[in-house]
Ligand binder design. Sequence first.
Ligand code: WT7
Length: 658
Amino acid sequence: MSDATEPTLENLLHENRSFPPSAEFAAQANVDAGEYDRAAADRLGFWAEQARELLDWQTPFTTVLDDSAAPRYGWFPDGRLNAAHNAVDRHVAAGNGDRVAILWEGEDGESRRITYAELADDVARAANALTSLGVGTGDRVAIYLPMVPEAIVALLACARIGAPHSVVFGGFSADALHSRIIDAEAKAVITADGGYRRGSASPLKPAVDAALAKGGTAVEHVLVVQRTGGEVEWVEGRDVWWHDVVPQASTEHEPVWVDAEHPLFILYTSGTTGKPKGIFHTTGGYLTQTAYTHRAVFDLKPETDVYWCTADIGWITGHSYVVYGPLVNGATQVVYEGTPDTPHKGRWWEIVQKYGVTILYTAPTAIRTCMKWGEDIPAKFDLSSLRVLGSVGEPINPEAWMWYRRVIGGDTAPIVDTWWQTETGAIMISPLPGVTAAKPGSAQVPLPGIVAKVLDDAGQPVGPGQGGYLALTEPWPSMLRGIWGDEKRFAQTYWSRFPGTYFAGDGAKYDEDGDVWLLGRVDDVMNVSGHRLSTTEIESALVSHPWVAEAAVVGASDETTGQAVVAFVILRGGDEVTDLPEDGEAVVQTLRGHVGQAIGPIAKPRSILVVNELPKTRSGKIMRRLLRDVAENREVGDVTTLADSGVMSLIQQGLKKD
Ligand code: WT7
């Protein structure tokens, strides 16, 4: 088990506070305690009922679960529907066209209010524009956009024509974008000149140009949203301004009805090897579970709530809880372009006050950052509209949980700590706000219709008070359907550790009440600010630099970001390298920049330590556990399996010299 788990284990041993919902909250909640039993009594029937109630089907399904090709499960396979129709048009048809769908707030203070009727027109126009650019059903479209309304329109336009989108987070580099465009064989890219971050315009299009200049892609067109008005280079015939083709397009558009199992999107995430995995999700099951969980976990009342999820659409949280879940449910939501401290550290709370946000969904790292800034900042704003608070991305430490509840939630708003993954598509383990007595730091219970267990090494469920590996022992509607183009890796990564059962890669423990506590990853995946990074991917980036002979990367615990990337590198010696700077700091800065270029700024190591040796077992495996001890300033643990037991003292001596 990973030793990154200690702080949480510590919590578990000392945490016995519990916060039941108020009687008023429980009485008005969308979901009551009986839901668990109803779902358990007939799990497939329960999901079929959600699919029928929450979605519009052009062709109703008759089969709920197809397990004939497991682990490639299929949900509602003979049904047909369209995701954009469900997210937008349906609400207009039901007479809710005037309801605001998006309250957009630009970082620069610009704001836009978009109703469902307007969104329907925008999506239809963009769908027509994509079609006129030669994008057809089944073609993949890469999306590399800031948090502007056009981003949501772009995803939905792809969905409307049945073209799976592949969103690449705007913080990824041209190299990372290139490999994702290649892997998905994307036919078009949708981007912007740039976006606003930390008070200035930050360009995006140059990364697309650089990615495509590397060659080998199938991209025919680049559709460019103008956001900042900055200078852009232009490739005639390939590049097209959004404002030249979308506003002019017709608002008449017949959605492409697709099978429930038609791929809706691909989203790349880091795994334990160097190559990111293209996780792909399909339509019917994904929409069913994102809509259900959004309604149940956040207690959404579409007529009165103002919902705000602070995630970027570049991550799964943005897909499931900015785009699909909320819109399918007809929610009114805030979408914010920028950073929480621009132009001042109270920006988020100012937005909550301005729009009367009632439901806020964010990440522990953001909460800890706000804690650091001080509670006098949120205290300047009226946050009394908030009635449900959500957390996602990593275990939330009880201190941050308590602060979130007290300072942001006025000591009354229930907190839902939601565990899930890019692969699970939607929330899997979480309290229900009107039912569960919440415990600070625990995701607690699998949702109705979900079966999750903590297993020991032999795959046997453990009992109360015991720990092991988190596994999902029954298929669920929004489960990933595969890794794009790599069926073998799909089977191997998720279904081979415990045959027939989904292995999540997380350590977990039951407390004496049987509630689940997540303990962090058990593989070589790091979690930095709620984002997944692969140690191997960063190591590969480092050794691709001519100065580096060998590299080892660990996730060291960090007070704000959860974990931080710390790299140990061995430099090449001798005549091979002639341009190595004398100045150690220059070496480190160059290597950090190199990682930023290969992957993106989020992957840049917090620190890089130059060493002469790395601790390895006799079979040559790097002992990251020992390096983590060093990175976290702990006494180095058991070194008996080291091939050369002197290595660790050499590394430590080297560090002391610095
Ligand atoms: C990994 C998935 C799910 C959207 C954001 C991250 C960790 C996520 C929690 C939570 C403890 C959590 C797990 C998981 N994680 N939420 N509430 N408590 N750990 O998605 O990038 O696919 O990462 O994030 O380790 O495996 P992702």
